[in-house]
Design a protein around this ligand. Structure first.
Ligand SMILES: [Zn+2]
Ligand SMILES: [Zn+2]
Length: 343
């Protein structure tokens, strides 16, 4: 079969022939109908420091996908041939403290599709049955393929409720854009977003942002304070991984507000005025990683199948799998939302 393979410990990846994956008695074999490029895939493609530490080439890339089950192992019970599925990308061990106490998303022995094992930029992928998520038959395959990042957005936005609240989002890359839509349909009354890309900001408007700020040109703090009559926002979502953006966000939080952090910081040591901007404001700060399995998937699925949440503005490009590099380049230049690849 054809697949996009990280073959060498340097920038790039190869579109090449590889053997079809073997699958065990608890696994299912899926014919991939659509896959989406994630920021993680771009990092693996670019071969940054994180990739150097985590990735062992040769390995098939990709983890966001949807497809049809074409074969199942002997002990598979829940999934059958012909099912239209997507997959949770985090494979938990099931027996560590976190797994046993209901938090498999932070399992101590986590394995991740396309990171610690072969991924979905291929004609077929074999996965454990336990990570399969069954989709309604009429869900467009492109929507089904981006439920994993949409789940990140849901957990970031809905760490607490947003109904009737004002929300600021710093960084509207693809997951930030999905977060705008989630906040909108969940009842936020004013959504103010900042980014450095006019392209991303224009999609944010389509997703329901009320005010968009290009932080390179406009003072974010002034805009937020004016828009909230000097109160600051109730909810802050940090989705950029920028230290400056994070500090801007903390400075516009209303006292007793809530912050969710999803963006990963290039430099882990971020400097924050904790006394004035966190402690005396009595902020609640949540770190967000992965998705609740499968509570978040249920919410994502209902948002999409009910038609309440339209994610189509975020899906900006579609290519055959062999042209994956076009997608990587667009993402690198911040000239895309989600890029869909068809094997
Ligand atoms: Zn992803
Ligand atoms: Zn575990």
């Amino acid at each position: 079969m054809k697949a996009v393979v990280k073959t060498e410990r340097k920038r790039g990846a190869a579109f090449m022939d590889v053997p079809e994956p073997e699958f065990g008695k608890k696994d299912i074999l899926v014919k991939v109908k659509a896959a989406a490029i994630c920021g993680t895939d771009l990092h693996i493609y670019q071969w940054n420091k994180w990739a150097e530490e985590k990735i062992n080439p040769p390995q098939i890339m990709g983890h966001e996908f949807a497809g049809e089950v074409v074969a199942v192992g002997k002990e598979v019970r829940r999934v059958k041939v012909g099912d239209f599925i997507s997959a949770e990308t985090h494979i938990s061990c099931g027996h560590c403290y976190q797994c046993l106490t209901g938090h498999p998303e932070v399992c101590e022995n986590l394995r991740i599709l396309g990171v610690s094992r072969d991924g979905a930029f291929a004609e077929y992928i074999a996965i454990p049955e336990k990570i399969a998520w069954k989709n309604p038959e009429n869900l467009p395959v492109e929507f089904a393929a981006i439920q994993e990042p949409l789940g990140n957005a849901v957990d970031t936005v809905l760490a607490e409720d947003v109904a009737g609240k004002t929300v600021a989002i710093t960084g509207v890359g693809p997951i930030g854009l999905l977060a705008v839509g989630v906040a909108r349909v969940s009842g936020a009354t004013k959504i103010i977003v900042s980014d450095l890309s006019e392209y991303h900001l224009s999609i944010a408007k389509k997703m329901g942002a009320d005010v968009v700020v290009n932080a390179a040109e406009t003072n974010f703090k002034e805009v937020v304070m004016e828009e909230t009559k000097g109160l600051g926002v109730d909810v802050g979502l940090e989705m950029s991984g920028s230290e400056r953006a994070f500090n801007d966000l903390l400075s516009v939080m209303t006292p007793s507000g809530r912050v969710s952090l999803l963006g990963l910081f290039g430099n882990d040591s971020v400097s924050v005025p904790l006394n004035d901007n966190v402690i005396f404001k009595k902020l609640r700060i949540y770190g967000i990683t992965g998705r609740r399995i499968f509570q978040t998937w249920e919410i994502v699925s209902r948002f999409l199948s009910s038609g309440r949440l339209d994610v189509s503005p975020v899906i900006t490009h579609k290519f055959p799998l062999k042209d994956f590099e076009k997608g990587m380049e667009l993402m690198e230049k911040k000239l895309s939302g989600k890029v869909i690849l068809y094997p």
